[in-house]
Design a binder for this molecule. Structure first.
Ligand code: HEM
Ligand SMILES: *[C@@H]1O[C@H](CO)[C@@H](O)[C@H](O)[C@H]1NC(C)=O
Ligand SMILES: *[C@@H]1O[C@H](CO)[C@@H](O)[C@H](O)[C@H]1NC(C)=O
Ligand SMILES: *[C@@H]1O[C@H](CO)[C@@H](O)[C@H](O)[C@H]1NC(C)=O
Ligand SMILES: *[C@@H]1O[C@H](CO)[C@@H](O)[C@H](O)[C@H]1NC(C)=O
Ligand SMILES: *[C@@H]1O[C@H](CO)[C@@H](O)[C@H](O)[C@H]1NC(C)=O
Ligand SMILES: *[C@@H]1O[C@H](CO)[C@@H](O)[C@H](O)[C@H]1NC(C)=O
Length: 353
C-alpha cells in the first residue's frame, strides 16, 4: 500500500467521523441521512472500492465519471445504472457512455454489500455519490461529507444523455452552455473539469486534434508539439484501435492539480480541456492559473462544485424508489420476479395440501 493511500484512508476516516457533526446541508439532502438506518455505510462502500482499486487502479476515476454522467441526465437519480428492458432505453448505450463508462460491476458489488448490512435502505444514486467521493480520496484528492437522501428514478432517458453530456470537441461556449443547463457556472466548469486529473481516454475522443483539426488540414495549434508527437504514436492516422491514454500526462493516477499545469503547457488531452486555457482572453484562464498555483484552492473548489453537482435534480421523500438491484426498477427486477414466483409457488403448495 503506497503512502498516499495510507494518508488517503486516514483522511477519509476522519471525514467519515466528522460527517456526523457536519452542518453541511444542501437542498433536502444531508450527510447524516443514513446515520441511524445504515451507520456503517461509508465503511462498506470504501471497503468494496478499495478492494477493487487493488486490481484496477483506474476504478476511482471511472466511479467519479459515473456520478457525473448520472447527474447530468434527469439529475442524480441512478438513471445511468438502468439496463435495457421492455420499458427502459438504457443511457449506457448513449454515445458518451457506450464502450466508455466503467465500474457498473463494482457499483453492483457495493449495492450487494450495502444490502447485506442495511436492506432496502440506501439508493443506488447515493451509492454513486459516495463511490465518487471514495474514488477521489483513493486518488489522493479531497474528502467531503457527502450529502445523502437521493432516491432512484423509475425511468432513464437515452436521448437526454446524448443531449446533455458534453462532447470532448466542444468549444468553451458550448461547454459553458452545457453546464449552465445544469445550473452550473464557469467556476464549476473549470473546477469539475479537474476530474480529468486521473483516468483514461480513447483515441476517438481526441484524434480530431492530431491531423486535421477543424478541417484546417493541420493539428490543433493549441497542442504542444512534443505531446502531439506522442499522441500521434498512440493514435496513428486512420487508427483502427481506440487506444487509451492518460487524461493527465504528468500524474496519471493522482488526484492533484497537475491537470491545470498541463493546460498551461498546452498539454491538455481533450479539446474541451485545452479550451479552458487556450481560448483567447477567456474568463477561465485566470481560474486555471489559480488552481495550477494552489492545490488547496482547487481541492476546496472541487468539494463545493461536486456537492453542487450532486444536488442536481435529486428525487427525495416519496419520489422514485430505493432500487433493490441498481440495473432495474423494482417492478422489473429479476430478483423480485424470482421472489414473487417463489411466493406464489408456496401458496400453490399450501393450497395443494
Ligand atoms: C467538461 C466537460 C467534459 C467532457 C467533454 C468530458 C469528456 C470526457 C471524455 C471524452 C472522456 C474519455 C472517455 C473515453 O474515452 O472512454 C472522459 C473521461 C473522464 N471524465 Fe470527463 N468530461 C467532462 C467533464 C467531466 C467531469 C465534470 C468529471 C467529474 C468531475 C469528469 C470525469 C472524468 C473521468 C474521471 C474520466 C476518466 C474515466 C475512466 O478512466 O474510466 N469529466 N471525459
Ligand atoms: C476483498 O477481496 C477479497 C479477495 O478478493 C475478498 O475475500 C473480500 O471479501 C473483499 N472484501 C470486500 C470488502 O469486498
Ligand atoms: C446490465 O447491462 C450490462 C451491459 O450494459 C451487462 O454487462 C450487465 O450484466 C447487465 N446487468 C444485469 C444485472 O443484467
Ligand atoms: C427524454 O428527453 C427528451 C429530450 O429532452 C424529451 O423530449 C423526452 O420527453 C424525454 N423522454 C422521457 C420518457 O422522459
Ligand atoms: C473552426 O472553424 C470555424 C470557421 O471555419 C471557426 O468559426 C471556429 O471557431 C473554429 N473552431 C475552433 C475550435 O477553432
Ligand atoms: C488515411 O486515409 C485517407 C483516406 O481514407 C488517405 O488519404 C490517407 O493516405 C490515409 N493515411 C494514412 C497515414 O494511412
Ligand atoms: C494503437 O493502435 C494502433 C492501431 O490503431 C496500433 O497500430 C498501435 O500500435 C497502437 N499503439 C499503442 C501505443 O498502443
Amino acid at each position: 500500500m503506497g503512502s498516499t493511500r495510507v494518508v488517503a484512508v486516514a483522511v477519509w476516516c476522519a471525514i467519515a467521523m466528522l460527517a456526523g457533526f457536519s452542518s453541511l446541508s444542501h437542498a433536502q439532502l444531508s450527510p447524516t441521512f443514513y446515520a441511524a438506518t445504515c451507520p456503517n455505510l461509508f465503511n462498506v462502500v470504501f471497503g468494496v472500492v478499495f478492494n477493487a482499486s487493488i486490481t484496477d487502479p483506474r476504478i476511482g476515476a471511472s466511479l467519479l465519471r459515473l456520478h457525473f454522467h448520472d447527474c447530468f441526465v434527469q439529475g442524480c437519480d441512478g438513471s445511468i445504472l438502468l439496463n435495457n428492458t421492455a420499458t427502459i432505453e438504457s443511457e449506457q448505450d448513449a454515445r458518451p457512455n457506450i464502450n466508455s463508462i466503467r465500474g457498473l460491476d463494482v457499483v453492483n458489488n457495493i449495492k450487494t454489500a450495502v444490502e447485506n448490512s442495511c436492506p432496502n435502505t440506501v439508493s443506488c444514486a447515493d451509492i454513486l455519490a459516495i463511490a465518487a467521493q471514495v474514488g477521489t480520496v483513493l486518488g489522493g484528492g479531497p474528502a467531503w461529507a457527502v450529502p445523502l437522501g437521493r432516491r432512484d428514478s423509475l425511468t432513464a432517458n437515452r436521448t437526454l444523455a446524448n443531449e446533455n453530456l458534453p462532447a470532448p470537441f466542444f468549444t468553451l461556449d458550448q461547454l459553458k452552455d452545457s453546464f449552465a443547463v445544469q445550473g452550473l457556472n464557469t467556476l464549476d466548469l473549470v473546477t469539475l473539469s479537474g476530474g480529468h486529473t486521473f483516468g483514461r481516454a480513447g483515441c476517438s475522443t481526441f484524434i480530431n486534434r492530431l491531423y486535421n483539426f477543424n478541417n484546417t488540414g493541420n493539428p490543433d495549434p493549441s497542442l504542444d508539439l512534443t505531446y502531439l508527437a506522442i499522441l500521434r504514436q498512440i493514435c496513428p492516422q486512420n487508427a483502427t484501435q481506440n487506444n487509451l491514454t492518460n487524461l493527465d500526462l504528468t500524474t496519471p493516477n493522482q488526484f492533484d492539480n497537475k491537470y491545470y499545469s498541463n493546460l498551461q503547457q498546452l498539454k491538455g488531452l481533450l479539446q474541451s480541456d485545452q479550451e479552458l486555457f487556450s481560448t483567447p482572453a477567456a474568463d477561465t484562464i485566470p481560474i486555471v492559473n489559480m488552481f495550477s498555483s494552489s492545490p488547496n484552492t482547487f481541492f476546496a473548489s472541487f468539494v463545493a462544485s461536486i456537492i453542487k453537482m450532486g444536488n442536481i435534480g435529486v428525487l427525495t421523500g416519496n419520489q422514485g424508489e430505493i432500487r433493490r438491484q441498481c440495473n432495474f426498477v423494482n417492478a422489473e427486477s429479476p430478483g423480485l420476479a424470482t421472489m414473487a414466483s417463489k411466493d406464489s409457488m408456496q401458496k400453490l403448495l399450501a393450497q395443494s395440501k
